[in-house]
Ligand binder design. Sequence first.
Ligand SMILES: [Fe+2]
Ligand SMILES: [Fe+2]
Length: 193
Amino acid sequence: MAFLHAIAHIELNAMDLAWDIVGRFAGEGMPRSFYDQWTRVAAEEALHFGLLSERMAAFGARYGDLPAHDGLWQAAEATGHDLTARLAVVPLVLEARGLDVTPSMVATFRGADDDATADVLQRIYDDEKGHVYVGAAWFRYLCDRQGRAAEPAFHALVRKHFRGALKPPFNDRARSEACLTPGFYRPLETVRT
Ligand SMILES: [Fe+2]
Ligand SMILES: [Fe+2]
């Protein structure tokens, strides 16, 4: 139950973060399709939250029953001034991390004969690939617009705005399907001094 609550909390924050990108960066001069895609991401995060709420309800629980951390929102505040940094940290670090860890969660629930929860997590996993893809595409777009090479810009922004190294093992296949190629995240794997 604590697990479902924690994931629901992440999804709720992810929905707020997607809307935050649309609203906070409305004056950024991005193409209309950028805002359309983040609106779709927000809708999918809301759907994920709803699916997890249904699973919690099946166990007689609901969101709000347990305390929750605000780590995700701290990421929003740390990058509130810079859309390029926001895309680096939120979709390309935090959401990409979900691609690494979710398959084993699906397997755990499948193995425990909780197919309903496994199906919800599989749905989330499939959608999250799309979110990372949207982040990666627009991160490259912004770097092009700024005349910056995307990979070194990513390394500099993540080192500045995200505390800690990126944790392997990485789901290289899912990440590359989402256009997040190893040159972005592999160099950040080591612990910084
Ligand atoms: Fe999600
Ligand atoms: Fe997402």
